[in-house]
Design a protein around this ligand. Sequence first.
Ligand code: PLP
Length: 477
Amino acid sequence: MNALHLSVAEFRSLAARMTDLSADLLAGLDGARAFPEVSGAHTTRAFVAPLPEEGLGAAALDALGEVLALSRAPTPRFYGYVLGSGEPVAALADLLASVLNQNVTAWRSAPAAVTIERHLVESIGGALGCDGFTGSLCGGGSMANLMGLAMARETRLPANEAGARPGIVYASSEAHMSIGKAMALLGLGRESLSLIDAGDDYRLDPEALRAAVAADRAAGRTPLAVVATAGTVNSGAIDPLADIASVCREQELWLHVDGAYGALAALAIPEAFRGLAAADSLSLDPHKWLYQPLDCGLLLYRSQDAARRAFSFTGDYAKSLASDPVEAFAFFDESVELSRRFRALKLWLSLRYHGLAAFRSAIRADLDHARNLAAAVSRAGELELLAPVGLSAVCFRCRPGERHRDADRFNAAVLRRVIERGRVYLSNATLKGRFALRACFVNHRTTDRDVAEIVPEVLQAAREVSGPGPPRNCASC
Ligand SMILES: Cc1ncc(COP(=O)(O)O)c(C=O)c1O
């Protein structure tokens, strides 16, 4: 018997413990802290230990209690970053996908999985108004942005054989950091990312874009692509996609839309995303606003040929022997990845279980939560909004009082205190140089009651930071 053998009876028993742990976790979410009371020393003490030479058997699972205790639970009151809430039907599908262990390289390696994923991504494209788009699931928005820009580069300034040549990519100053990272990795260089100052609405101005392209051409540089953001990470601003698409058509530039945070909201409010279907490539993150467990990113594109130009480079051992177009299909011809997990199973099962209407309504609820929070912030004299609320992100801050003239430091201290209190979790953003508290709603568990707690929590934290007595966490603000 192989030393790794596990009997079916043992598997059932371990799986039952896992489901119990998962169900208990879900049962306790309402009362759970939004962030655990934990330190680096604590996690190091708990988990940094030599791996055992002899297996512990079922006792190995005993440590999972501590893993859960020192983790951030997916509570209804977590509003940091852009973090989806981990839909449980999808989580169960992930277990099955791992047991099934398909390698979703090509149909010949994973017939059902490849067929499901191809159909799924095209259906999502269709549901967003991007009929005829195809694509593939990947690790997240950063990978999708990298692949979208690789396609842009290979279409406009081919580099795969002889290496990269200089080309300029345009985006607003609110573009996500993954765009600069992609520029570096693609050999275009971050200096070739032309960041155009977003105005007071935090959107890319098409006229400023047109002028920047003209200036670069006049200076002998080669414009290559535009990245429009459909939901900026800071404030959720949606660039004017239709107008940017016109500039791209007129200037023959590739249009990549970074919709990792926001574009899935087109399921609920398509009117806010006019022009989305004009993209050449489009990044989406089902692990954000389709509530899927990590990881689940998605790159859609209109031209399969462009994807193949960028990514097809197949060793003989992987070449398909089939002539049937379904059976000959290989994701590795259209993606950076070769070995790929069956990510589609969770998304497919979750969408089939709940139906698209349930996701549209969950997204609408998130949009309402953001509007309600913005209204509560506006009503509270001590607080001020720092950006228009375009989607589900709300950026605001405490107005500095007499005792705290440095609004940035004061608000950073307030944020630390909010997190320590553990009731709600907010993250931060910098908007026009100002430190903002930021709540982002992409959480299907959040209720109106949860949202109503945010302003009182922030005001209480502000009082605790302010005094009486020496300010907490705020020695000099
Ligand atoms: C606009 C935008 N683009 C890209 C990303 C990167 O996505 P991921 O974290 O899935 O790589 C994010 C993440 O928040 C984002 O908000």
